[in-house]
Design a protein around this ligand. Structure first.
Ligand code: APR
Length: 247
């Protein structure tokens, strides 16, 4: 493993433009469960509840799941050492951008500045009738279905539901980053959900090297990963950061 950490550190040192793609795995050690795998959310809940059309037709079924999964635990999770290490590496200019599939805001809480939230965020909601935007703190979550204070319209979190498009600006910015990248550091994602999962492939096709941190193999590992750091995000990021000081 030491050799792999050193290889990854060397790639990062030589790279002029390193981007990071994170998934649910980076927040597992902050106490947030992943979606897939043995302890994943989808072993207990049906993903259909987060499908846009299903939500529109069955808000009284989807909203209790949204609250249980995302809003009840909101604010309890704190960034872990992997989030903090990425924020420090950004300050040092070693990484340029984080593209995250996560909606938990933990990169920003750790101090990262340049974060593209590919799947939106939990922090705000909008009324589907009048488009009024609400901060999470402004919403009354007590009713089964939270509603707009102005016109009683259905409130929807500003994160991307299944069968909903990615916000065009963040999609364009993220893929532009992939084209610029010399190295993509992929942390804690299975690489199963389009179009986010295409970002490392896009970068690799344009010459970028791929470093991956994951305790399990992902869809990338045997296909495009150049250096596989086979372990947890906090352990691998700590080792990598330490090694970057030395190389
Ligand atoms: N450190 C790093 N990686 C970890 C850790 C850890 N401590 N624990 C688990 N992992 C890895 C798993 O091995 C798996 O590869 O994190 C990954 C989590 O995968 P998913 O649950 O599929 O999460 P993600 O890839 O982010 O899902 C993508 O799917 O449902 C949608 O919109 C949701 O953004 C999400 C998207």
């Amino acid at each position: 493993m030491n050799q792999e950490i050193e290889n990854a550190a060397n790639l990062l040192k030589q790279s002029k433009h390193t981007i990071v793609l994170t998934g649910a795995g980076i927040s597992v050690e902050s106490g947030i469960p992943p979606f897939r795998g043995a302890d994943g959310i989808w072993t207990q809940y049906d993903p259909i509840t987060l499908d846009l059309d299903y939500f529109l037709q069955n808000p009284e079924i989807s909203w209790p799941v949204l609250k249980k999964l995302f809003y009840d635990p909101y604010g309890q999770a704190k960034p872990n050492e992997a989030h903090y290490a990425l924020a420090r590496l950004e300050k040092q200019g070693i990484i340029k951008t984080i593209i995250t599939q996560n909606i938990d805001n933990l990169h920003q809480q750790a101090g990262s500045q340049n974060v593209y939230e590919f799947h939106g965020a939990l922090q705000s909601l909008k009324c589907l009738k009048c488009d009024t935007q609400y901060k999470r703190e402004e919403v009354d979550f007590k009713p089964t279905v939270p509603r707009c204070q102005k016109d009683n319209g259905l409130l929807k979190p500003n994160f991307v539901f299944f069968s909903e498009g990615i916000p065009p600006l963040v999609a364009t910015q993220s893929f532009a980053e992939a084209l610029k990248a010399n190295v993509v550091l992929v942390i804690g994602t299975t690489g199963e959900v389009m179009p986010a999962c295409a970002i490392p492939y896009e970068a690799q096709t344009h010459g970028a090297k791929v470093i991956e941190i994951n305790p399990n193999k992902s869809n990338y590992t045997d296909v495009i990963t150049d250096v596989f750091l086979n372990g947890k995000a906090t352990e691998m990021m700590t080792a990598l950061e330490r090694c970057l000081v030395d190389v």
